[in-house]
Design a protein around this ligand. Structure first.
Ligand code: UDP
Length: 388
């Protein structure tokens, strides 16, 4: 690619620490690699140290800094302060001109604050998602609100996200509707069409059955809600001998313990290790129904044409519901039972779902975001020259 701008400042630092962040920043990092003048530094906070290795392969490049910020049982405040302190040292060394954070994790908030406190502009991917309820999801709703008021450049996936930001007083000229890079990653995974040998065996064993795929990990559902959801799904699978449940179990000890306690030894239930991204996409493609509290999965199902029951009381991604591919299943206790219990309505809805244009973005989302960063840096250089 030709030289886009000649600036002394072209160092972009991307911060990621969890599975969804890596899935989403990987195609952006790859696009930035096409600009000769841009040097990308990737910092992994390893907030999800046990999940991350399977996702590092999505990057075309190596991670430059691995931070060890996790320790058992630490509070969110301890994690946040430790991450800011660790990032500050890296920022001082790399001296980036732009810091990029994605989404709503503690790593993203720490990155945004660490950048701001060093007077370095921050770009936020996946800006403007809101539920309006600080308790749902917790602490993510608070994290993303705070990041919005620290960032200088906001890459909003949808027009709705843009409108939310404008309503909160973010300057419209600082917001670009880019789409969500998860759609770029998903397209790459679909094209690669890879899956692990273990998954191939499992899918072979499920032939003739309707696979229900479950992922659950949200902290706000731990306890009664998670227990109830799992018991409801177990009962559904027992009542319908034509179905099977597949659960890639999240490594969070709370999730693991509850899933094992309620679902292990159940007939037609497979509890498996978390899958790498292409394998997980392959599993979703094979699903008859998906049940999940994940944010990313809500963004993926439209492209895959798969029905999703969202295990949340409220969602910051209503676009999937508006598109008809997802239904909220946790607005009140008993709603999941109700949705699964009405077999006619459920079967009819599932049969009606087909792949549609993804409301969260397209394959070009990551290229738009990379271009937005380059344009931002070019603008910064021009501003500096104008002042001189
Ligand atoms: N995912 C994956 N392997 C799995 C489960 C999920 O690759 O075993 C992907 C999924 O497709 C989505 C992302 O991980 O893109 C979602 O991560 P998670 O649910 O942990 O976080 P959230 O999206 O809720 O922030």
């Amino acid at each position: 690619m030709t030289k886009v701008f000649s600036a002394s400042g072209d160092r972009i630092m991307i911060i990621a620490g969890t599975r969804p962040e890596l899935i989403k920043v990987a195609p952006v990092a790859c696009q930035l690699g096409r600009y000769d003048e841009v040097r990308v530094t990737i910092v992994s906070t390893a907030q999800q140290a046990d999940l991350l290795p399977a996702f590092l392969g999505l990057l075309d490049t190596e991670v430059d800094y691995h931070l060890g910020v996790m320790s058992a049982g630490q509070s969110l405040n301890a994690l946040l302060s430790k991450t800011i302190a660790a990032l500050d040292l890296v920022i001082a060394e790399v001296q980036p001109n732009l810091i990029v954070v994605q989404g709503d994790t503690t790593s993203a908030l720490a990155g945004a604050l660490a950048g701001r406190m060093r007077a370095i502009p921050v770009a936020h991917i996946e800006a403007g998602l809101r539920t309006g309820d600080p308790a749902n999801p917790f602490p993510e709703e608070t994290n993303r609100r705070l990041i919005s008021h620290v960032a200088s450049l906001h890459c909003a996936p949808t027009r709705r996200n843009r409108a939310e930001l404008v309503r909160e007083g973010i300057a419209p000229q600082d917001i670009i509707v880019t789409g969500n890079p998860v759609v770029s990653s998903l397209q790459n995974a679909i094209q690669k069409s890879q899956s692990s040998p273990d998954l191939d065996v499992l899918l072979e064993n499920l032939k003739g059955l309707k696979p229900v795929v479950l992922t659950t990990h949200r902290r706000e559902s731990f306890g009664t809600t998670l227990d109830r959801n799992l018991r409801t799904l177990r009962a559904f699978i027992m009542e319908r001998p034509d179905t099977a449940l597949v659960v890639p179990v999240h490594p969070n000890p709370m999730v693991k313990e509850t899933v094992q306690r309620i679902l292990s030894d159940s007939e037609r239930v497979s509890l498996i290790e978390p899958l790498d991204y292409p394998s997980f996409v392959r599993l979703l493609q094979a699903a008859w129904l998906i049940v999940s509290d994940s944010g990313g999965v809500q963004e993926e199902v439209a492209s895959l044409g798969k029905p999703l029951l969202v295990l949340r009381s409220v969602t910051e991604r209503p676009e999937a519901i508006d598109a008809g591919v997802a239904k909220l299943a946790g607005e009140g206790p008993g709603q999941l039972e109700e949705l699964l219990g009405d077999c006619d309505a459920l079967n009819k809805w599932i049969a009606s779902i087909k792949p549609i244009a993804n409301p969260f973005g397209d394959a070009q989302s990551s290229a738009r975001i990379a271009q937005a960063f380059v344009d931002f840096l070019t603008g910064q250089v021009q501003q500096t020259r104008a002042v001189q």
